[in-house]
Design a protein around this ligand. Structure first.
Ligand code: PEP
Length: 253
C-alpha cells in the first residue's frame, strides 16, 4: 500500500511573516493527521523560519530546487548540504516553471536528481506535457521521455527515494484540472514504464502525485484513482483552510 503524499509548492510567494503564519496554521490544523505524508516547499529564504514553525509537527520541509554541485563558484545556487542544514527532506526537481520559464533541460534535471539522492534528499521529480503536445497526441511520448531521461543511471536502490509528480503544464495555475481519467491514464503509463525499468515491486511502491489546479473540490475524485498517490499543490497550498482540507480528504480516501 502506498501512503498518500500531499506536498505544497509555495513557489515565489509569501514573505517572512506570512510564511511562518501559513506553516504554523498548517501545523495546528493537521496535528491529528498521520494517514498522509505532508510536506511544504517554501522559498529558500524562508526555509529556516518555516522549519522552526513546523518543528513540533509531522509536516516535512521541502525546497523548490537544488543545484547538483556540492559547493563553489555557482552564484545564486543552493546545494544539497545547504538544504539539509536547513532541515529539508524533500526537493522539487524539474518543475515545469523551471523547465519552460528558466530553461532547465532533462540532462540538468537528471544531475540534480542524482545529487539530491546521493546526498540524502527525497526528490519530487516533475514531468508533464504542454497543451500543444497533448493536442498533437504526444502526451505519453513526452512524459516517457522525461521520466527515462530524468531517472537515467539511477539504480533500483536509489530510485526508491523518488516521488514522481505528473503535472500537465496546461493545468498548472490555469484553473483547468486534468480529469481524473486523464490523470489516471498517464499515471498508469508512468507506472508501467517504471515496471519495465525497475521491476514490479519497485514500480508498485513508488508514489506518483498529480499536480495542476488541484483544490479541495477535486481532491477526492483525483485521489480515488488507483495510480494517483498524492498531489503536488500550488495555488491552493497558500491557504491553510484549502490545503488542510485537501490533506484531510486524502486521509479519508
Ligand atoms: C504546481 O505549482 O506544481 C502546481 C500544480 O500549481 P497549481 O496547483 O497552482 O496548478
Amino acid at each position: 500500500m502506498r501512503k498518500p503524499f500531499i506536498a505544497g509548492n509555495w513557489k515565489m510567494n509569501t514573505q517572512s511573516a506570512t510564511a511562518v503564519a501559513l506553516a504554523a496554521g498548517l501545523a495546528r490544523e493537521l496535528q491529528a493527521v498521520d494517514q498522509v505524508d505532508v510536506a511544504v516547499c517554501p522559498p529558500f529564504v524562508y526555509l529556516q523560519s518555516v522549519a522552526a514553525a513546523l518543528s513540533a509537527s509531522s509536516i516535512a520541509l521541502g525546497a523548490q530546487d537544488v543545484y547538483f554541485e556540492p559547493n563553489g563558484a555557482f552564484t545564486g545556487e543552493v546545494s544539497v548540504e545547504m538544504l539539509k542544514d536547513c532541515c529539508v527532506n524533500y526537493v522539487i526537481i524539474g518543475h515545469s516553471e523551471r523547465r519552460h520559464v528558466i530553461g532547465e533541460t532533462d540532462e540538468l534535471i537528471n544531475k540534480k536528481i542524482a545529487a539530491a539522492i546521493a546526498g540524502g534528499l527525497l526528490p519530487i521529480f516533475c514531468v508533464g506535457e504542454l497543451l500543444a503536445e497533448r493536442e498533437a497526441g504526444k502526451t505519453n511520448q513526452v512524459v516517457m521521455n522525461q521520466v527515462k531521461k530524468g531517472l537515467a543511471g539511477l539504480c533500483k536502490e536509489r530510485v526508491q527515494a523518488v516521488t514522481i509528480a505528473y503535472e500537465p503544464v496546461w493545468a498548472i495555475g490555469t484553473g483547468k484540472t486534468a480529469t481524473p481519467a486523464q490523470a489516471q491514464e498517464v499515471h498508469a503509463m508512468i507506472r508501467q514504464l517504471l515496471t519495465e525499468m525497475y521491476g514490479k515491486q519497485i514500480a508498485q511502491s513508488l508514489r506518483i502525485q498529480y499536480g495542476g489546479s488541484a483544490k479541495p473540490s477535486n481532491t477526492a475524485e483525483l485521489m480515488a484513482q488507483p495510480d494517483v498517490d498524492g498531489l503536488l499543490v500550488g495555488g491552493a497550498s497558500l491557504k491553510v483552510e484549502d490545503f488542510a482540507a485537501m490533506v484531510k480528504t486524502a486521509a479519508k480516501n
